[in-house]
Design a protein around this ligand. Structure first.
Ligand SMILES: Cc1cc2nc3c(=O)[nH]c(=O)nc-3n(C[C@H](O)[C@H](O)[C@H](O)COP(=O)(O)OP(=O)(O)OC[C@H]3O[C@@H](n4cnc5c(N)ncnc54)[C@H](O)[C@@H]3O)c2cc1C
Ligand code: FES
Length: 314
């Protein structure tokens, strides 16, 4: 999959929905028309957009969580990067859904967006996930708010690569922190379809929580390793895709290496320009066949990187 010929730009998007789906998780749906619709219709899972939230209002003081009250009214000078969890194009309109977690002033403001509001969005940016030839098994591994781009990838793989068998693994601290729509129920967990959103794509999924409040007790990487040891998929025909906290990605890289399986990681950095100019989003990467490393730009060379290239400085 290549992005070099892809049209990108600064587009006006209209909010069509913004729903809270958990304690700190929301789903924002943006609608693009005309050229914006065409540009975003071609978004590859893992690519992202920069949202201008500088003019969006803060929620009323009583709705601001205590832990964010100090920084809530900081000005939002820089656009914020988000990837998409779902895209639908119909009648020259593209609906792009963002799964977001409220962490600071920009995401706090996002919660006040409502149907009919407009914001400026630059994208689609960066390089998304790719599907190498001859892969028959894809394992999607998400941690916390990393679920968004992997839900998008789940839809893309099951639509465009129906011969690939996809299995998803989702981890969070507790059941409450799983950022998905729909309830986990015992019947579907016993059948191996724990997460209703993956089940809509007929994807088997497994949950792991640190406290055991749902699914496997422990890290999602342990649940993945268990599955690999039990199922022993052909390394050459398998690929792992992941997005989540960096310690999780580092552990996953080790597991992929031990099992000789290719892995692609969606990395996160704080970003300013989003287009490779300001050098604020460096990811240290190994140079092929040498001990030397170079800094690549997460926004332009990534955010998706081959796991074997990334140097984790944890
Ligand atoms: C390519 C990419 C895709 C992303 N996709 C999503 C998404 O789909 N959903 C989602 O909820 N978030 C996503 N993010 C993260 C999102 O951009 C940040 O959560 C957001 O910018 C926070 O803004 P804020 O002003 O609310 O909080 P800030 O005050 O800016 O940040 C709150 C806290 O989070 C940390 N933080 C902020 N941004 C990052 C980052 N990029 N990497 C590591 N730590 C960070 C800060 O250091 C701070 O501790 C993505 C980031 C990147 C780079
Ligand atoms: S955000 Fe400016 S170079 Fe990546």
């Amino acid at each position: 999959m290549t992005t070099s010929t892809q049209q990108k730009g600064d587009f006006l998007a209209t909010v069509s929905a913004n729903r809270q789906i958990g304690k700190t998780f929301y789903r924002l749906t943006l609608e693009f028309t005309d050229i914006g619709a065409q540009a975003f219709a071609k978004t590859i899972p893992g690519q992202f957009a920069q949202l201008d939230l500088s003019n969006v209002a803060l929620p009323p003081a009583e709705k601001i969580p205590a832990e964010l009250s100090d920084k809530a009214d900081r000005q939002i000078l820089l656009r914020r990067p988000f990837s998409f969890c779902n895209l639908t194009t119909k009648n020259n309109k593209t609906s792009a859904e963002i799964l977001y977690c409220v962490l600071g002033p920009a995401t706090l403001r996002m919660t006040t967006l409502s149907a009919g509001n407009t914001i400026r969005v630059i994208g689609p940016l960066g390089n998304g996930f790719s599907v190498p030839e001859n892969k028959k098994t894809a394992l999607l591994v998400t941690g916390g708010m990393g679920a968004g781009p992997l839900l998008h990838l789940a839809k893309f793989l099951t639509t465009d690569f129906p011969s690939i068998i996809v299995t998803a693994f989702a981890g969070a601290k507790t059941a409450e922190d799983l950022p998905f729509k729909g309830q986990l129920d015992n019947i579907s967990q016993n059948l191996g379809f724990s997460i209703p959103e993956f089940a809509t794509y007929a994807i088997e999924s497994f949950v792991a929580t640190d406290d055991g409040s749902a699914g496997f007790t422990g890290f999602v990487t342990d649940s993945l390793e268990d599955w690999l040891n039990k199922n022993n998929p052909s390394p050459a025909e398998t690929i792992i895709y992941s997005c989540g906290p960096e310690p999780m990605l580092a552990k996953l890289t080790q597991i992929a290496q031990n099992h000789k399986i290719d892995a692609q990681l969606s990395m996160e950095r704080q970003m300013a320009c989003g287009i490779g100019l300001c050098q604020s989003c460096a990811v240290e990467c190994k140079l092929d066949n040498s001990n030397e490393t170079v800094y690549k730009m997460c926004c332009k060379d990534g955010p998706v990187f081959d796991s074997q290239l990334v140097v984790f400085n944890l």
